[in-house]
Design a binder for this molecule. Structure first.
Ligand code: TXA
Ligand code: MG
Length: 333
């Protein structure tokens, strides 16, 4: 793997490499993506192989010009048009009926395709220079924590890819919100970097189909996902206290456990509950900062030798929904 900085020359090189069928990890505002030419089935097959991703889990196609939407989607419902006008470029992925030119391997044979127009200037330039659309899942082994820094990608997938463009830390830090626009009542399949409240302001009511059940309509809804190797126990917001923690960590050494909480106030409570190692996602309780820090913190804690991780959810609003969804999946084994 060759690591590139974000000079114009290197972004052109990365774009050309994609056009030639190579695998290039690229920074986006949400997480790093592992990109391949969406119209090159053989290149896309290598993405599945590099991630050890099951072939039933379809990829998001990334575009850098709104005109390119028509190359992927066979029709664009009015509400999808509204969301594209207001929220793209940004951390929002829309499921739309697909054109037959999009290879089946990209969509796992589904009649729909996921499309996103990312906001990150580096991602946009690379896609533009490639002259095509880029299929890109998060650049992590399937089921593991998504990468928000170049070093996460290098460590996890370095041997398996051709180039890594180092654009520094991802600003949003959780994956895009995925919304299925093929129904009259659009369906949120994955809460993410675009707050659902913003979406509702623009198109009105949506359905929530973020199901914690065995029925999987979007494979990213698999219960166990985004998971560290260290076992993680999860508490509802405001419930990590002495009594509850005691019951859980009975028989364990709390000194070998680490607690992850939202803000300084919750950290005090966790310390009172007996945890000597406590990490806050955002000292002053800012959900954006918390989302941006989440995966980097999980990567770091997973590489230290804690016996268990204990996390408490954030308030369930705005980006808190995405954070809580990821914490839930990180806690399922
Ligand atoms: O922020 C993001 O979305 C990042 C960056 C790189 O853009 N990408 C990302 O991709 O998170 P991935 O592959 O890790 O997650 C894509 C999610 C999966 O849950 C997948 O099942 C769902 O989108 N998906 C893709 N195509 C779909 C389709 N046609 N119908 C339903 N769900 C789909
Ligand atoms: Mg992923």
């Amino acid at each position: 793997m060759i690591t590139l900085d974000t000079s114009e020359e290197n972004l052109k090189l990365a774009g050309r490499a994609l056009a030639e069928g190579k695998l290039v990890a690229i920074p986006t505002e949400t997480v790093y993506g592992l990109g391949a030419d969406a119209f090159n089935a053989a290149a896309v097959a290598r993405v599945f192989e590099a991630k050890a991703r099951p072939s039933f889990d379809p990829l998001i196609v990334h575009i850098a010009r709104i005109e390119d939407l028509e190359k992927i989607a066979s029709s664009i419902p009015p509400k999808a048009k509204l969301l594209a006008d207001h929220l793209w470029p940004g951390p929002l992925t829309m499921i739309l009926p697909k054109r037959s030119e999009v290879p089946d391997i990209v969509t796992s044979g589904l009649p729909t395709a996921a499309v996103r127009f990312p906001q990150h200037p580096v991602a946009r330039k690379i896609i533009e220079f490639s002259g095509t659309a880029i299929a890109a899942p998060s650049a992590n082994p399937f089921g593991y924590i998504s990468p928000t820094r170049a070093e996460h990608v290098a460590r996890l997938l370095g041997e398996k890819i051709d180039y890594l463009v180092d654009g520094g830390a991802c600003e949003v830090g959780v994956e895009s919100t995925v919304i299925d626009m093929t129904h009259d009542l659009p369906k949120i399949l994955r809460p993410g970097g675009m707050p659902v409240e913003r979406i509702i302001e623009i198109i009105g009511p949506v359905e929530f189909s973020v199901k914690k059940s065995a029925v999987v309509s979007s494979p990213g809804q698999l219960d166990s996902h985004y998971a560290p190797s260290t076992q993680l126990f999860l508490f509802e917001y405001g419930t990590l206290n002495l009594g509850n923690a005691h019951r859980l960590i009975e028989g364990m050494d709390p000194g070998s456990a680490a607690a992850i909480v939202f803000n300084d106030a919750r950290a005090k409570e966790a310390a009172r509950a007996g945890f000597s190692t406590v990490f806050t996602l955002s000292s002053n309780g800012n959900l954006r900062d918390a989302a941006a820090n989440l995966f980097a913190l999980l990567h770091e804690l997973d590489s230290r030798n804690f016996s268990v991780l204990v996390a408490e959810k954030c308030p369930d609003e705005g980006l808190g929904r995405a954070i809580n969804d990821r914490l839930y999946r990180a806690s399922v084994k």
